[in-house]
Ligand binder design. Sequence first.
Ligand SMILES: Nc1nc2c(c(=O)[nH]1)N[C@H]1C(S)=C(S)[C@@H](COP(=O)(O)OP(=O)(O)OC[C@H]3O[C@@H](n4cnc5c(=O)[nH]c(N)nc54)[C@H](O)[C@@H]3O)O[C@H]1N2
Ligand SMILES: Nc1nc2c(c(=O)[nH]1)N[C@H]1C(S)=C(S)[C@@H](COP(=O)(O)OP(=O)(O)OC[C@H]3O[C@@H](n4cnc5c(=O)[nH]c(N)nc54)[C@H](O)[C@@H]3O)O[C@H]1N2
Ligand code: SF4
Ligand SMILES: [Mo]
Length: 568
Amino acid sequence: MSSNKTVACPLDCYDACEAVVVNGKIRGSKQHFPTNGNLCANFISCTKEEYLNTAYFNNEKISLDSALDILVSKLENNKSNESLFYKGSGNIGVMQKSLKSFFAKYGSILTEGSLCDGGGSVGIERNRKQTVNPPIEQLLKADVIIVWGRNFSVTSSHMYELVKDKTFITIDPVKTHIAKNSDLHLALNPKTDYELALLLTRFAHMQDMEDEEFCEKFNTSEDFFDLAKSRPVISYEEATGVSLEDINRFFEIIENKKVAMVLGLGVQKYYEGANITRCIDSFAAFLGLHNNKKHCGVWYLSNSHYGYEQQFITKSEHKKEKVTEVDFSKYKLVFIQGGNPVVSAPNTKRVIDGLKNTFVVFMGTTYNDTCEYADLIIPSCSFLQKQDVRLSYGHQYKAVSQKIQEVNENSISEYDLTKYLFDKFNFDGLKDENEIIDYYKNKEVKPFEFDNFEFIDELDIEHLYEQKLDNEFYFITAKKKKSLNSSFKIDNSLYLNPKCGFDNGQEVILKSKYGKAKFLVKLTDDVKDNCVLCYAGNKNANYITPYYSDESSSSAMYQEVLVSIELP
Ligand SMILES: Nc1nc2c(c(=O)[nH]1)N[C@H]1C(S)=C(S)[C@@H](COP(=O)(O)OP(=O)(O)OC[C@H]3O[C@@H](n4cnc5c(=O)[nH]c(N)nc54)[C@H](O)[C@@H]3O)O[C@H]1N2
Ligand SMILES: Nc1nc2c(c(=O)[nH]1)N[C@H]1C(S)=C(S)[C@@H](COP(=O)(O)OP(=O)(O)OC[C@H]3O[C@@H](n4cnc5c(=O)[nH]c(N)nc54)[C@H](O)[C@@H]3O)O[C@H]1N2
Ligand code: SF4
Ligand SMILES: [Mo]
């Protein structure tokens, strides 16, 4: 066995890669199946980041010890339920959860819901009780992979690398890299995925491609099929913008083939995101994709903690705040760990107004946009300076992070800060760091097999296309290759189709009923002429997004909005 130390990529990404340290150099691990010896540009950026190397109080540099004294005295002198703990996903190692256990015990208000995959997860749980992906090896058995609302080759580049020679069908309003490498690209209108799924279900039935074995086993597919039949075929075509010719082509490609589906965030960034996702997963079931005797399965962002017991106690007696709707100004103290809500949370103006009116403690690795509004900044040490384990929401492999550098004297790991606070407040119940790491390292999780499948039989969805005025556009926001959410190479442009009548480099104002912001235009044929596109991390994108939560999961719905464009 090799004695080289390993490091896990801490970033919020499907692949959860592992690196190994050879002669002081960090290389992609060849032993870690999805990593296969390669790391990406974001990992390299993460190792080269300008890390915070001092604490700050009211913009003045102070020592870490003084910062911790200020934190403790603030916590002692405030009512605990007038404080809020807000955790982002800048680092998603399992040890990052430690601080939440302190704030839960202390009595802070915690958040519920997600800025990410919440709606889709609830949709899949309604069908299968759990959101867990099949083993990645099953994806390798597919002949055809349907990429639905996911920028597969960009956001899970290692998973893509394992299957890149397969035949792809992409369903996405944007002509993404994977769409360009697909045999068929269905450039549907945003938020019409459930209609496309129902139309495909009808066609699957007409072409005898329904998986009778699976449907009979779980016995709820008839009502789902009735739902699919409830609209004339022609009205589907108009709503989705997908031609019947392309639907026929879809079935030609998958006929007699082993099929898999990789589903992404794109389909669920809406109010009814849960049921839209559930509808697509029901179509997949109808076709037999979940029947591993015939096909390969459906991958979404799985619950990476499935099968593991909680190592940190984070139960709270207080009602939680919906993460999208948090009014920071309601609290006397807000503790933000590993996030950048000023850029990443919906409705930037509301976030900033809230942060200006409270005492903000920020714990992170870098001086990000949210630090501008922080009263106290506590530097977190880099991922190379702390132990951790990364579980993945894309596949079943874990990655282990050993400590390969000494901690800078003015920074601290999340676990060490947690331990410090437990000691100060005489709390008990925090497990030993090594015990937790060993638990995650050694625990073996059996693959999930669902024993029930409940097809969706009712849907009530408000169509954006019915509200949309002629001068309005759908708003799309998605990930980019060389940035990771709000970190690294940020692109602040607004992408428009040349048919929209604006010029490259022109300054415009994008407006929605939630806010407005200025952007510089970049023209591209990759975006449909009824859409505008901003990448994640764009500093102005979230000025126009709604801060209300979706229907089912207290989560963000960045695309439940129509926008218009004006000249300044
Ligand atoms: N390089 C890189 N990788 C990343 C990240 C990153 O920032 N950069 N972020 C990570 C994180 S936090 C996450 S959650 C994952 C997310 O990764 P993905 O699941 O790939 O999510 P997105 O890129 O947000 O959106 C996916 C696609 O949905 C499309 N889309 C938008 N609206 C619709 C619609 O109505 N219907 C359909 N069918 N498609 C639509 C978009 O055009 C986009 O191509 O990626 C992770 N990986
Ligand atoms: N417009 C738009 N908005 C979006 C999205 C979108 O596609 N478009 N995507 C959404 C999605 S899917 C997600 S997941 C969220 C992400 O939103 P957030 O969870 O807020 O993540 P980031 O904005 O990437 O902020 C990450 C910060 O974490 C800090 N950090 C990094 N490593 C560590 C560490 O080891 N310890 C600590 N304490 N801090 C660390 C860094 O300072 C960094 O600035 O954004 C959402 N917002
Ligand atoms: S692909 Fe994702 S997990 Fe792998 S190194 Fe890059 S950011 Fe990290
Ligand atoms: Mo995410």
